[in-house]
Design a protein around this ligand. Structure first.
Ligand code: SAH
Length: 332
């Protein structure tokens, strides 16, 4: 066996995981927890579209759509609350996994027959777009550098364990202590940079929702989930979903350097609460049998839990210069 650089291991592991794993058992992401998540984000994209000057057509792009639940919930909602926006929307999905594409196609069938799938953002046609990405950036492969003496080493994976190799590459200087890890997510930076260039050029808005922090100095956050449980991230490739915390300040810097503006990041809990999560949940619960009503209510609490998803998850928008404040994100 030869050692494999961590980002290559993570890319291979996640490609195998998303291509082979039954996506219907493991997903406990926000759109899978409550339909109200997608309803709120759908309404949010409608406001973004108004800020953009109501372009027709407009691309509604989702990166890493999983089972397609978020897009389906958004499309259903915009049909109901803003038909002129719904008529202008063209759904585009960025997804590399074939089984997940099939699951997404099935989820979208009631709402659009014209969705288009792409392997990467480069393939999405130019034009005004609203992009959403929930738990996409955190799945992209990271590198881990370790401060060693005056220099740096980089982590590789060999036989289920880390090995280090000295490197002349340098992560940005963040003052991490000797022995500490600094994680770098280059594909996330590249993705956000391309999104920023597009929204600046074609007047668009992008919303990133992820498990992350506003500025990460150092430390390691790589984690693996299999069957809803945390497992060793270096367990055999394809057996678990690997993610790492998103550094939202790094993403904001990257977007701004490409000429876009940013709004947020803000915590998920307060944002969803202020945009009516509990009111909508009660309205739905009132029309449902008791067990379903209870499930909806506990889902809303889970999404906003200050000791859980409500603060672990953050939202940040990358917007065209001059875009007015978007719902829940406050001042630009
Ligand atoms: N947004 C969904 C799923 C998150 S899981 C939800 O919230 O439920 C991550 C998703 O990103 C999966 O759909 C996975 O197949 C996709 N993905 C991961 N890496 C990708 C890449 N490099 N390009 C495109 N899609 C990717």
């Amino acid at each position: 066996m030869t050692a494999e650089r961590l980002d290559r291991f993570m890319a291979r592991a996640n490609a195998m995981y998303y291509a082979t794993h039954n996506p219907f058992t493991d997903f406990t992401t926000a759109p899978e927890i409550s339909q109200v998540f997608g309803e709120i984000l759908g309404a949010w994209t409608a406001v973004a579209w108004q800020h953009m000057g109501r372009p027709d057509p407009v691309l509604l792009v989702e990166a890493g759509p999983g089972r397609g639940t978020l897009m389906a919930d958004m499309l259903r909602t915009v049909r109901r609350v803003m038909p002129d926006y719904a008529a202008a929307v063209r759904a585009h999905m960025i997804e590399t996994s074939l089984p997940l594409r099939a699951a997404q196609r099935a989820s979208l069938a009631p709402w659009t027959a014209e969705a288009v799938w792409h392997d990467s953002l480069d393939q999405v046609p130019a034009g005004p777009m609203v992009l959403v990405a929930n738990e996409f950036l955190d799945a992209l492969p990271i590198r881990q550098f370790v401060r060693r003496g005056g220099g740096w080493a980089e982590r590789y994976v060999l036989d289920g364990a880390f090995v280090e190799a000295a490197t002349t590459e340098r992560p940005p200087e963040t003052g991490v202590a000797d022995g500490q890890v600094k994680e770098i997510n280059q594909p996330a930076q590249d993705f956000v940079r391309s999104v920023a260039e597009r929204v600046r050029r074609d007047k668009g808005v992008a919303l990133f929702v992820d498990y992350g922090e506003a500025g990460i100095q150092g430390g390691e956050s790589l984690q693996a989930i299999a069957d809803g449980r945390q497992v060793n991230p270096l367990s055999p490739a394809g057996s678990a979903d690997l993610t790492a915390l998103v550094d939202f300040l790094d993403m904001a810097d990257t977007a701004q350097a490409a000429g876009a503006w940013t709004q947020g990041p803000v915590d998920q809990g307060p944002l969803l609460s202020s945009l009516g999560l509990f009111e909508r949940t009660e309205a739905l619960a009132g029309q449902r049998p008791a067990d379903q009503a209870e499930r909806l209510r506990s889902a809303a609490l889970r999404l906003t839990d200050p000791a859980g998803m409500g603060t672990l998850f953050k939202l940040m928008a990358v917007v065209f210069p001059g875009c007015p404040p978007l719902p829940g994100l406050g001042r630009a």
